[in-house]
Design a protein around this ligand. Sequence first.
Ligand SMILES: Nc1nc2c(c(=O)[nH]1)N[C@H]1C(S)=C(S)[C@@H](COP(=O)(O)O)O[C@H]1N2
Ligand SMILES: [Mo]
Length: 464
Amino acid sequence: MPLFVVRHQHSPETCPARDPAMGAMLLNHLSRPSAARHGLTIKAEAVVRGAHSLFFIAEAADEAGLQEFLTPFRMAGEVEVMAASTCAGVVASGGCDMLPTPVPVASLDPADACQDAIEAGLLVHRAHPLNGETWVPELAGGAVMPNGRFYLRNHFDMPCVDAERYRLSVDGMVERRLELGLRELRNLRSESLVVTLECAGNGRSLFEPAVPGEVWGLGAVSTAEWTGVPLTEVLERAGLRPGATELLFRGADGGLVEGLPAPIRYERGLCLDQIREAGALLAYEMNGEPLSSPHGFPLRLIVPGWYAVASVKWLTEIVVTDRPFEGHYQTDKYWYQWVRDGREEGEPVTLMNVRALVASPGEGTTLQRGETAIRGVAWSGAASISRVDVSLNDGPWRQARLVGERRRSAWQWWELITQLEEPGPLAIRARATDMAGRTQPESAEWNRLGYGNNSIHRITAEVI
Ligand SMILES: Nc1nc2c(c(=O)[nH]1)N[C@H]1C(S)=C(S)[C@@H](COP(=O)(O)O)O[C@H]1N2
Ligand SMILES: [Mo]
């Protein structure tokens, strides 16, 4: 349970302890049974001699409950509540700077959020936490995915952040600590980028043998135009201290994770070189609308080119440090674990692999003989797409036409117009190649947690 240090201060003239009735009332209120009735535990309390100030250490599920308990003390003077941690907690998490401060936030109602996602047209895999993918045939629609149909990936309850109280803190190895409200962020230089996000687990359900994790088909990918502040703009304002090399990004969401003793927050690290190279953005708008709560309202990180695990939603804290972050979602998960020649090898999940998907015709569709358009999307984290090839019924590869603008970090549409002469089953395969010369394997290398599956996509239709 989160730990807090509470300070109560009153003026010498109105010292409540001098009034026996008032003093007794406060003592009773502070007693263990009374605290327990309010759902908290008082670990210790003490009064600083001659200073009219009382300190106590409390464990409470959230700050709101503790604040309510403190009402009698607020009537007798001032009250300050400070988020705290045990000494062991500080050391275990790598020092005072690294410590997550529990942000007591309300959650979106899971039932409502799930209903909204289904009504908007997502294929929901799990209601709580909410995880849903975009239908593959919808990938080849407009230039971007409508916000409601953009796939959703959550590890915890989705927090419902109050825009008025929201602050982004920038702390650690900085010249100036920053606390930026939404209005201040919106007043900084803004930039819009069309960026494709893909979950590293996209296509996981197609790995054989089966692997644990969300059972994604192929729709855990979407594209949006993100608007926000270039991250470097905020870092310049804070001023990096010499020796700073890494950033830690912390979301407002968190909770218990299997195998870990205490609740954690959603956190990811990135080194400064990677951030500059990627052109990371602190986004507050998605397709011209304020970010929706499920996609990270009011602010999320967007790291172009990277698997979306790096794009932290509900971003509340940035900590500048001088060493790589090694938290749960950095090193336990989102790590390729290969088994090569009977030996274990590992590697972090970083840039998106090159990949094409056939969006139209959809799996199992019936097609009329004659002229048919085969369409889809293709993307790669390392470079833009240089070509897409299509093979029908395992015949020779034919080069598809790339449609629309070529963008560094957004998917590329492609199409191939072809004549279908023969009735019967039609297998369609599409294979992308990027400007860095990377192309797709027939079958992606199996890894324990099922990441980065970019096997060549194959769909089957029926020609009549
Ligand atoms: N705070 C927070 N950020 C997060 C996550 C999360 O659970 N919490 N999930 C990550 C993962 S694994 C993915 S794939 C993307 C999904 O973003 P979306 O839900 O907007 O599609 O968000 C990333 N950022
Ligand atoms: Mo993901």
